[in-house]
Ligand binder design. Structure first.
Ligand code: FO1
Length: 315
């Protein structure tokens, strides 16, 4: 089966790195050919608000509104609410921008009135003129819990933001994941997918929480289409975030090869970076590109490279 002009790509993403690839792909593929499925393991209740960092990061990035320095939150946002909260002795370790808070207020209110997260996300996207479908992998709450040597189990954002991912990771657990289900919208996207792409997001923190939901892993394994991942490791390092540190703590070599091994049978293709040493695996097609997405041009270029690789693999 070849990647023809109607082929549909389903892209699994986490936070900042995933959002950059989603942006590049969205410049090349119309909404009916690209569905973005986003991690919800980082979502949490904070100050009475439901915060969905990965979903918002992708949404703001696709809307061209994301803060270019942090890669999350809104560009040119202010922190007057947070400053005031700090004066009052409130919890201010999680930096909620003044404009960003509107997203969390709106979402939390709708959730309390019984609207599904999938519908809320679609509504937010419509309002911000994001046309590509952005789907939370599930409508349930499936929080990632990080087991650390120093503090025992921590809620994900406690580990990631409050402790700046410095504690030593011993393990991960995705609460409720097995009993939860992917949404009908995700199911429909998979049913019509011509290729599955895992973004260069952290495989353990951003992709694994999605693969743990219900029977998603088996569902993906049953799809007779290209299933490829883009390396998050470039020249022995992660571009951003704890991927390299975490691999060391899990006793793995910090390499693209170890990432490919972690995905295992889920992949039949791998997009590696030109900075990495070549490796081979039976049943795995590998292409090397410059995967560093420094600006919008680089995001689009990598997306085009990936689509071209998919096309050549499917001939
Ligand atoms: N990341 C931080 O490192 N510090 C923050 O204070 C922070 C606040 C924040 C607020 C809204 C939002 O949507 C994302 C935010 N992030 C923050 C990013 C986020 O928590 C992480 O990048 C992801 O969960 C990891 O993918």
């Amino acid at each position: 089966m070849a990647l023809n002009p109607q082929s549909r790509i389903v892209l699994f993403v986490g936070g900042v790195g995933g959002a950059k690839l989603a942006y590049g792909m969205a410049q090349l593929l119309p909404p009916e050919r690209l569905t973005v499925i986003v991690n919800i393991g980082d979502d949490f209740w904070h100050l009475g608000l439901r915060i969905c960092p990965d979903s918002d990061t992708v949404m703001y990035t696709l809307a061209g509104m994301v803060d270019p320095v942090n890669g999350w939150g809104l560009a040119e946002d202010s922190t007057r609410m947070l400053d005031s909260l700090r004066r009052l002795g409130g919890e201010s370790w999680f930096r909620l921008g003044d404009l960003d808070v509107a997203t969390h207020l709106h979402r939390s209110h709708l959730l309390r009135t019984g609207v599904r997260q999938t519908e809320i996300t679609a509504g937010l996207c419509r309002s911000l003129r994001v046309n590509h479908p952005l789907l939370p992998v599930s409508d349930g709450e499936i929080p990632t819990i990080v087991d650390t040597a120093e503090f025992g189990e921590l809620a994900f954002q406690e580990y990631f933001v409050r402790h700046r991912w410095q504690p030593t990771l011993r393990g991960l657990r995705f609460q409720n994941a097995q009993q939860s289900a992917i949404t009908p919208e995700v199911e429909a996207a998979l049913a019509s997918a011509d290729a599955i792409v895992f973004a260069p997001s952290n495989p353990w923190l951003s992709i694994a929480p999605m693969l743990a939901v219900g029977d998603l892993r088996d569902r993906l394994l049953s799809l007779d289409v290209p299933r490829i991942a883009v390396t998050p490791i470039l020249g022995g390092q992660a571009v951003k975030g704890p991927a390299a540190k975490l691999m060391g703590e899990l006793g793995l070599t910090v390499s693209a090869e170890a990432v490919a091994d972690y995905y295992g049978q889920l992949l039949n293709g791998f997009i590696d970076d030109v900075r990495n040493p070549l490796f081979k695996r039976d049943g795995l097609r590998i292409s090397q590109f410059d995967t560093l997405m420094t600006d919008d041009t680089a995001r689009v270029r990598l997306s085009r490279d990936i689509l071209n690789a998919l096309e050549s693999w499917m001939e």
